[in-house]
Design a protein around this ligand. Structure first.
Ligand SMILES: [Fe+2]
Length: 360
């Protein structure tokens, strides 16, 4: 823009002034001069051409120099406007300052005075545009870097979560008692969560939290997890640590806090007799209350080393019988009322596959 001559617009209804400025600047290598004696046409020129500086008379018929200044500051606030006045009027000057006038020139003025003011205005405009471009460049750079960082972070999170998912699968495959448990709990939790009116964001958090709820069992020896005899106190204490261990594993990857709470609180009971912290219903996250029901239901309806499998009808009644003791009463009742729909998905392998294709 500044490699070639700077284009100046001079507006005055007095043709002799226009002529003298045009002739005065004719041989100046820095400027191309457009002159305009009709202020209405000048407004059109401002709308359609790029100017570097505007010089305008203040007193003109119909449209004043202040109108020109106001219009110019609206379409290009960086464009310097020099006003020429044959008189000093405080009111006019304060309005002009309010609209961002660059400089006043009092008639009559010498060509040298005009050239000096013009050079200063042109340099100001050049610096304003340079700063603006630099700022725009910085903003777009920050924007670009933020997008790249966000994408890299999301990619990292996805790959981390996929690895954890694979580890859970590997852990469960080796244990006939828990095989497919996390996926069934996730599928049922999603059905139950939808019935409870969760929004899209909460459903995503529920899905990840439910899938990872037993992540902390990774560190527990499989002979403890699948032990058929009663557990010793220290073995049971070790198992009771798995919600804490799981929440600790995911803490560095910056997932929403809710996911950590699902993992940490899925064994807490409404009456405070659960683990690891023995907190009561009001302190248990609503999404953890959902996983608590589906996790327990799946445990009851799956073969476990320490007790025999329960039928779905009996297990559903168990959920109802334990509301307020173990389970949230609303979650428990919604589950009881809709258990065929909620439980039905665990037998629908296509629906489960679809759910896990979009898992992360
Ligand atoms: Fe668990």
């Amino acid at each position: 823009m500044f490699d070639s001559k700077a284009r100046i617009l001079v507006i005055d209804d007095d043709l002799s002034i226009l002529d003298s400025i045009r002739l005065g600047l004719r041989h100046n290598p820095a400027y191309l001069v457009d002159v305009c004696e009709d202020p209405r046409e000048a407004l059109n020129l401002l709308n359609t051409r790029d100017y570097h500086t505007v010089i305008s008379d203040v007193s003109m018929p119909g449209i004043s120099g202040l109108d020109i200044l106001k219009h110019s500051s609206e379409i290009n606030p960086d464009l310097p406007v020099i006003l020429i006045a044959g008189y000093s009027d405080t009111d006019m000057m304060s309005k002009a300052i309010h609209y961002g006038v660059y400089e006043f020139l009092k008639k009559p003025f010498e060509l040298d005075e005009l050239t000096v003011t013009l050079n200063k205005a042109h340099e100001t405009y050049r610096l304003r545009i340079q700063n603006k471009r630099y700022k725009d460049h910085l903003e777009s750079l920050v924007k670009q870097r933020t997008i790249e960082l966000f994408e890299a972070n999301s990619k990292l999170q996805r790959s981390y979560l996929n690895t954890i998912h694979a580890m859970i699968n590997a852990m469960e495959v080796n244990d006939i008692y828990t095989r497919g448990h996390s996926e069934r709990v996730t599928a049922m939790s999603m059905r139950l969560g939808k019935l409870m009116g969760l929004n899209a964001e909460e459903l995503v958090q529920l899905r990840i939290g439910a899938l990872l709820h037993d992540l902390g069992k990774i560190g527990i020896l499989s002979n403890v997890l699948s032990k058929e005899q009663s557990l010793t106190e220290s073995e049971y204490n070790e198992i009771k640590q798995h919600p804490i261990v799981g929440a600790r594993i995911i803490s560095p990857i910056g997932l929403p806090e809710t996911i950590g709470k699902i993992i940490l609180q899925h064994h807490e009971w409404a009456n405070g007799e659960g683990y690891p912290y023995g907190i009561k219903l009001k302190d248990i996250h609503p999404l953890a209350r959902i996983v608590s029901v589906t996790d327990s239901f799946d445990a009851m309806t799956s073969q476990r080393p320490y007790r025999r499998i329960l039928g779905t009808k009996v297990a559903t009644e168990e959920v109802l019988n334990n509301i307020n003791r173990q389970f949230d009463p609303i979650v428990g009742k919604v589950f009881f009322a809709n258990f065929r729909h909620v439980h039905g998905i665990v037998k629908d392998s296509d629906a489960i596959r679809e759910l896990f294709q979009e898992a992360f």
